[in-house]
Design a protein. Structure first.
Length: 300
């Protein structure tokens, strides 16, 4: 039997794009990734070649019948437009999170992928880390009383990366994946332009009306880290459980998952659950942004 091959193109060669090129050129032996063949990459800057990969124009990538799928690793702001172009051209799409910077756009793109019978896969490597997998095991079956997830990191250019609820959607994804559906009860944001500092605080309720808080804080020189404090009826979890190092890189794990979808090896149930989670997180990100951008209510 001739094995089915999918020609791929990487769009954008930042850190993620370069990792994608590397992993496409060196697939894990006898993994689904062996069905992906890198055709080239697209970038606004001119590189010529990267390793053996050749640079091609966006027009070629969209037109070429031998390219079946695009890996989109551009800045967040341009994800929506790039996904749309490749879906319109009849290609499958893998995109780094967040897939779009508005919920409306995300729902439209998802619908478009379904109409065209194309895979739209959003990378969520934060769910693939060993640290997270251990945390999920630890939390499983416990009754939440209250919890906080506090992220700190360096400054982002919001014109490119979008509002913090979208650029930080990895944290929101954790909370939904760990504790089920959430409702936003309030959200505020503090900005100090002169200091290049920003802190977003979001309060949620779980389906059982338990409080969860997400803090996304960024400023010059802030270390990239996550702090947790989850309290259960059985006690509190304040540190991440010890986790082994994975032998398989996160982007490679994600690439294998995408290839599995292309090969029709992922169950309808899994696909539906993933679609719900991704769109739900984007809906919530939008609600958070609206809360934060509401003019201060003045009570007389």
């Amino acid at each position: 039997q001739i094995s089915k091959m999918f020609g791929t193109v990487v769009v954008g060669v930042g850190i993620a794009g370069l990792a994608r090129i590397r992993d496409l050129m060196n697939p894990m032996p006898s993994s689904p990734s062996e069905h992906l063949k890198l055709f080239g990459f697209v970038s606004r800057r001119s590189f010529g070649n990267i390793n053996e990969a050749k640079q091609i124009s966006l027009e070629d990538a969209l037109r070429n019948k031998d390219i079946h799928a695009a890996f989109i690793s551009t800045e967040n702001r341009s994800h929506e437009e790039t996904i749309r172009m490749f879906l319109e051209a009849g290609k499958h799409v893998l995109v780094e999170y967040p897939m779009a910077l508005s919920a409306k756009a995300a729902h439209e793109l998802w619908e478009m992928a379904e109409q065209k019978d194309k895979v739209l896969h959003v990378e969520h490597i934060e769910l693939l880390t060993e640290e997270y997998k251990q945390l999920k095991k630890e939390v499983a079956g416990k009754d939440l009383v209250k919890g906080t997830l506090h992220f700190t990191g360096h400054v982002l250019d919001e014109n490119k990366s979008g509002f913090p609820a979208f650029s930080g959607i990895a944290r929101l994804t954790w909370l939904i994946d760990l504790f089920g559906d959430l409702t936003v009860t309030s959200a505020t944001r503090e900005k100090q332009k002169d200091k290049n500092y920003s802190r977003m605080t979001v309060h949620f309720q779980t389906a059982n009306k338990k409080p969860l808080t997400w803090i996304e804080e960024r400023g010059p020189g802030m270390r990239r880290e996550k702090k947790i404090n989850f309290c259960f009826t059985s006690g509190c979890l304040e540190n991440f459980p010890e986790a082994p190092r994975s032998s398989v890189g996160l982007f490679m794990q994600d690439q294998n998952l995408f290839a599995k979808k292309l090969l029709g090896q992922v169950s309808k149930e899994e696909l539906a659950a993933e679609k719900w989670r991704i769109l739900r997180c984007l809906d919530l990100a939008e609600v958070i942004q609206q809360y934060c951008e509401e003019p201060e209510k003045i009570y007389s």
